[in-house]
Ligand binder design. Structure first.
Ligand code: ADP
Length: 648
């Protein structure tokens, strides 16, 4: 993978170094031409041959100079490799001139001329080693032309000292080649180190850029979140202050209280949306796939949005489909709800269409939500998937949403293994679509629209609450007592254990996650569950309430099957959750060990509704069926056929 960039970097460096030496070579060659001509001319046996040879040498030197100028002026004219080839060709031409010219020395009556010429050739060879030694091609096309004619002629003279000189020259020829080899290796290592350093610097710069972008995105996220959170808080503050006004009538107080509740609800909804996103981001949200009829899911979400669409005079059309899909109905419902709610919000006339397109696929297809609304400009197609981004809500009016729907949808679709696609243009409506897998009709456990019996009532239940904050403990106890529960409060696990030892037998244990003295709710619940198990009451409902998002301990709670509620918890959600857990505990009595616990997604988030409970129950039933059919592990551990549930 890395060979090509390194080879290219080596080539580029080679070109730079090879051509950088050329001006020196140019002058030394003119010098040698001048010296050789001056020495040989008086004794030349064959002037035309001499002129041809030295003319060729001079011409080659000029060609070398032209090549150098060309390289300096137009470095991009050919590739680095081609510049290397051209330089090698120049080497052949340039060094064959002085190399073959030694023949004239052997023709001369002056016996010391061959020796003189040889000294000059060795000097030139040393220059070639220095300037071309780090490239095999340039080196091997220069040195042989320079030295081999001389070695051959010295051998051919059959005198003792010339033969010795030929041997020395041959040795020099071999040695210079060996040195050039290690020279090349060293050069390659230097270039490789430089390239590695360059890569490192580039990747560090890229990582820095990503980190800066992430930090900017985070800043934008917090700026928008804090603005949207402050708005209702500000309103609540003002409204609460006006409750103290002695001049206000009871009717005005009731109205103000209504506004406060409305703003608290708005705040809660926003928190839930942020929480949903954070849960998906932190990888806590689990996908639990079922085989189910897509038409049933379409009908469920369709029926939720039909009244809103009708109120705006829009037709909500659902295309019939017989496809059975294998997907997570709870997450899929959340995706479709978000998309349909946007379609209704951003369409003023025409229709909204929800359906499946096979798009040439024999199995599965694309779920499409299409509307004839205001559409989205192409330059906004990426930004609308950023948190808190809204196309046309500069005053950030909370009634127009918060810009969290599409980021959530995109992440959920990715979590389900698909990719959210968008086709839209201003005034031409929008199409959101993503792929779904076909399921097996034989794998359907029950209809998504089967109704589920309401959970067992809270009346008369015994509840143990553990929280180190006295005001929360007080609030929780008052609330539960209002529902008819018998409540015992404990500030820590010791007080809770003392209550159990004193004979308090709870139907449910509610525990805060962060307790005093660096203890966690997980530790307290483990101790309490242990005590309950020893007392033969292993199926007591336990529920952890946390403001934490992604601690490792929350993940381990998932394995223990402890459900988690995220703050802020509304009374309605707490009650619904407790009722669901009591209902599940009743189901559990006839369930094998290790069967899955309740899915956390049904417990948190702004969309938990009766519909989700229905789906949740179906999922539980399906997984119970799986668990019963397979060998299950004991002690609540998850098995291959019954994956750990989405509790934290
Ligand atoms: P919200 O709808 O709460 O503002 P979203 O994240 O769901 O937040 O959408 C982000 C932006 O994308 C919206 O403000 C809106 O401008 C645009 N948008 C989303 N869905 C549609 C749609 N179906 N038609 C036109 N614009 C849309």
């Amino acid at each position: 993978m890395r060979a090509d960039p390194i080879q290219r970097a080596i080539d580029e460096d080679l070109v730079r170094v090879l051509y950088a030496q050329d001006p020196i070579a140019f002058f030394s060659h003119w010098f040698s031409i001048a010296v050789l001509v001056a020495i040989y001319w008086p004794h030349v046996p064959s002037p035309p041959l001499f002129i041809a040879c030295f003319g060729f040498y001079a011409a080659a030197n000029c060609a070398g100079l032209a090549l150098w100028i060309c390289n300096r002026r137009y470095p991009q004219l050919v590739s680095p490799r081609d510049w290397i080839y051209l330089h090698a060709l120049r080497g052949v031409l340039l060094y064959s001139g002085p190399g073959f010219a030694i023949w004239f020395a052997f023709q001369s009556p002056q016996t010391d001329l061959p020796l003189l010429h040889t000294v000059m050739l060795v000097t030139l060879a040393a220059g070639v080693f220095m300037s071309n030694g780090f490239d095999l091609l340039n080196f091997s096309t220069s040195i042989p032309f320079l030295l081999l004619p001389s070695i051959v002629l010295h051998f051919g003279s059959h005198t003792f000292d010339r033969t010795i000189l030929a041997i020395v020259l041959a040795f020099f020829f071999c040695a210079i080649n060996v040195y050039a080899m290690s020279y090349r290796k060293l050069f390659r290592q230097v270039v490789q180190a430089r390239v590695d350093q360059q890569y490192l610097a580039e990747s560090l710069a890229a990582q820095k850029h990503v980190a800066e972008e992430a930090s900017l995105a985070k800043t934008r996220f917090f700026a928008a979140a804090s603005h949207d959170l402050r708005q209702p808080l500000h309103a609540i503050g003002l409204l609460a202050a006006s409750l103290n006004d002695p001049a206000a009538t009871p009717a005005q107080h009731v109205k103000t209280a209504g506004h406060i509740v409305y703003n608290v609800e708005a705040l809660n909804q926003l928190f839930n949306q942020v929480l949903d996103l954070a849960r998906i981001e932190s990888g806590v949200t689990q996908v639990i796939r079922l085989h189910f009829r897509l038409s049933e899911l379409f009908e469920r979400v369709g029926s939720q949005y039909r009244p809103q669409a009708a109120a705006k005079g829009l037709a909500l059309r659902i295309a019939p489909t017989s496809l059975v899909v294998y997907d997570d109905p709870v997450l899929l419902e959340r995706v479709l709800s978000n998309l349909l709610s946007n379609s209704v919000r951003y369409t003023e006339e025409g229709a909204i269409w929800l359906g499946l397109r096979h798009a040439g696929r024999s199995k599965g297809g694309f779920i499409e939500v299409r509307d004839s609304g205001i559409g989205i400009a192409p330059e906004e197609h990426e930004q609308i998937f950023e948190e808190f981004y809204q196309v046309a809500n500069p005053q950030r009016d909370a009634r127009q949403g918060h810009g969290l729907g599409l980021p959530t949808v995109k992440r959920l679709v990715a979590l389900l293994g698909g990719e959210l696609q968008l086709r839209s243009a201003p005034g031409r409506g929008s199409v959101f679509r993503f792929q779904v897998q076909a399921g097996d009709p034989g794998g359907i456990v029950a209809s998504l629209n089967d109704s589920v019996a309401g959970g067992p009532a809270a009346q008369g239940r015994y509840v143990l609450c553990i929280d180190d904050d006295p005001s929360i403990l007080e609030g929780l106890s008052t609330l539960l007592a209002r529902w008819g529960c018998n409540v015992r409060g404990a500030r820590d696990e010791n007080e809770a254990l003392t209550a159990l030892e004193g004979g308090f037998a709870p139907d449910a244990v509610l525990c805060d996650y962060q307790l005093a003295n660096h203890r966690t709710g997980a530790q307290a619940l483990t101790a309490v569950r242990g005590a309950l198990a020893r007392a033969g009451r292993g199926n007591v409902v336990t529920l952890l309430i946390t403001g934490d998002m992604a601690s490792a301990e929350l993940a381990s709670l998932a394995l223990q099957g402890i459900p988690v509620l995220h703050k802020p918890v509304t009374p309605a959600r707490l009650r619904r959750t407790l009722e669901m857990l009591w209902q599940q505990a009743e189901l559990d009595r006839g369930r094998p060990a290790g069967a899955p616990a309740l899915r956390d997604d049904a417990l948190v988030g702004g969309v938990d509704s009766g519909a989700l409970q229905t789906l949740q129950t179906l999922q539980m039933q399906a997984l119970q069926k799986d668990a019963a059919a397979s060998t299950v592990a004991t002690g609540g551990a998850a098995t291959k056929s019954s994956p750990p549930r989405a509790t934290h």
